[in-house]
Design a protein around this ligand. Structure first.
Ligand code: C2E
Ligand code: MG
Ligand code: MG
Ligand code: MG
Length: 291
């Protein structure tokens, strides 16, 4: 199979390279088993405000395949979505995240956690009720849970999606609009969706400093979000210059490797404890050396 390395040097298995082969089907069966076997884990990536305050954590799924190594989430999520495995994956992710929120709360750490949900979830009947039931089961206040959705939820049945999202916010769950700018007719969507947060897609953030058009897109998005009363988070912030530019553009919070990559629960606990009081502080900028 094909493998590439991620930033930490971990080999990441790429499914798409295999096409629709028996191997892909094998992997699908593996995912089914992996969910039961607990091979799938959640890692947590902080969202921090510019004053260093931790605004929340995002739960990101990680699958360590016994033979293939780490499988790229974008790819097995897409596979789960088309194969009908999404409800099981989401149920697993929700339960794991809620159990972790409860554990943190017991330990005196009160931090909202965001879970990514797919359009398939939002369209499945009873989803809002199921989320409410899981919150009650774990005795987690609804305000501690955030659900990240994308504009794609409105593609299939906008009316139905809006009903589900309204039911969720009615229960007190917060909604965040992920990957903003990558869908289409974003303005219409924004007006229709009961979201309280908007996340600017990494593709606009990555070249913000070097590309004036991307900078303009980010500026407009921040202004638009604020005029609608939404909090704005920039995804994929990797360097100081981008951080500074986003602060100047009045973005509210950032997420990215500059702050921290997604961490396993224990590491996230340590990170939260260390930042609990003073918040996250940007390390001093290293002196530039002439090339
Ligand atoms: P997303 O929700 O937009 O998550 C952001 C992705 O960007 C994550 O990739 C994260 O690890 C990565 N990232 C964070 N900071 C940086 C950075 O500074 N630079 C770069 N280059 N990347 C950064 P990941 O974990 O591979 O997840 C990919 C996508 O898979 C997520 O995009 C989300 O759409 C989906 N996903 C992840 N976990 C779940 C889940 O539990 N359920 C569902 N339905 N989807 C999930
Ligand atoms: Mg997300
Ligand atoms: Mg995103
Ligand atoms: Mg994304």
């Amino acid at each position: 199979y094909q493998a590439k390395r991620d930033r930490s040097g971990v080999e990441v298995y790429e499914i798409t390279r295999d096409g629709n082969t028996p191997d892909r089907l094998g992997l699908l069966g593996d995912l089914r088993r992996a969910l039961d076997a607990g091979e799938v884990e959640l890692h947590y990536q902080p969202k921090v405000r510019f004053d260093g305050q931790v605004a929340g954590l995002e739960a990101l799924v990680r699958w360590e395949h016994p033979d293939r190594g780490r499988v790229n989430p974008d790819e097995f999520i897409a596979m789960a979505e088309t194969s009908g495995l999404m409800p099981q994956l989401t149920e697993y992710v929700l339960d794991t995240a809620l159990a972790q929120i409860a554990r943190w709360r017991e330990a005196g750490i009160d931090v909202p956690v965001a879970v990514n949900v797919s359009p398939r979830d939002v369209h499945s009947p009873g989803f809002a009720g199921a989320v409410a039931a899981r919150l009650a089961h774990h005795r987690v206040p609804p305000g501690c849970l955030q659900l990240e959705i994308t504009e794609h939820v409105l593609l299939e049945d906008p009316q139905r999606a809006a009903e589900t999202l309204n039911a969720l916010t009615g229960h007190g769950v917060k909604m965040s609009l992920d990957d903003f700018g990558t869908g289409y007719s974003s303005l219409v969507h924004l007006r229709r969706l009961p979201v309280s947060e908007l996340k600017i897609d990494r593709s606009f953030v990555a070249r913000l400093v070097v590309d004036p058009e991307d900078a303009e897109i980010v500026r407009c998005t921040v202004d638009l979000a604020h005029s609608l009363g939404l909090m704005v988070v920039a995804e994929g912030v990797e360097d100081d210059e981008t951080w500074e530019r986003l602060r100047d553009l009045r973005c509210d919070a950032v997420q990215g490797w500059l702050v921290a990559a997604a961490m396993p629960p224990d590491e996230a606990t340590t990170w939260l404890r260390a930042r609990g009081e003073g918040g996250w502080q940007r390390p001093a900028r290293p002196a530039r050396t002439a090339a």
